[in-house]
Design a binder for this molecule. Sequence first.
Ligand code: AHG
Ligand code: MN
Ligand code: MN
Length: 285
Amino acid sequence: MVTIFENIKKIAIKIDKAIKEEDLGYSNNCNATGDNQLKLDVASDALIEHELKTNRLIKALISEEKEDIMKVNQDGKYTVCYDPLDGSSIVDVNLSVGSIFGIYEGDNLSGDGLVAAAYVVYGPRLELVTVVKGQPAHHYRSGSSGLFSSQCDIYLNEKGKLNAPGGTQKNWSATHKKFIDSLFAEGYRLRYSGGMVPDLHQILLKGGGLFSYPGTTDKPNGKLRILFEVLPFALIYEAANAEAIDDKGNRLLEITPKHHHDTTPCFFGSKYEIAKLKEAYELNG
Ligand code: AHG
Ligand code: MN
Ligand code: MN
């Protein structure tokens, strides 16, 4: 696993440089989910593929930007699922964006098969968070030498102060609207940039809160993709003393997608906010 995290550090430094220096415009293509691809989406995907292919531990790659699974090393042990550039719609306005990685045992592409995860934040600083199943999530920052220095393990408080509500509000259910309003009425502050990496990272480093991306009338299964967006963050949140559930109250880590580009409604938060959510949605447990 250590070697895969070393690959990710090299990738992070290269993508950070590409974001700062390369063309931010659109390519002429769409990805598997129908999004218009930026040249940077395509370039980040190629950089990741190039680096991860060199690691003999990796059996296959699944990218947000590729329709199909890419077989890499027949004897490899892990499938790496990744979102090369999360936050494509906000990179042109110079907000923080990220890359997300889920490392799955063999062909077990499910919450149960997820054995490690990582994300990179390309912001004013270059940062990395990693987790191995059963261990704490750990925060790194890159310094002037290009090396990542260890910061701390990440733990959320029982209750936070931030509310990051995703999705188009006019398409929320009445239940969801009432719940989000109730958090604001309790004093929660709005923190939503439109990039799940910086939004979830902020909640992790500020001690807690709630990030939600519910099912909406236009997107009943939400927007965020299970294998390379939702499950990696679910592993990190659970390791950080927080919770990650869907709109039925099930742990996200219990999900097995039918297809590798499937999405799910998702909620990540500290224990208090998730308990409030379950109450509002009338979910058991
Ligand atoms: P991507 O750029 O990889 O397509 O993902 C963007 C995602 C996620 O980062 C963010 O939380 C969400 O889209 C924002 O969606 P809305 O604009 O609908 O809130
Ligand atoms: Mn994304
Ligand atoms: Mn993306």
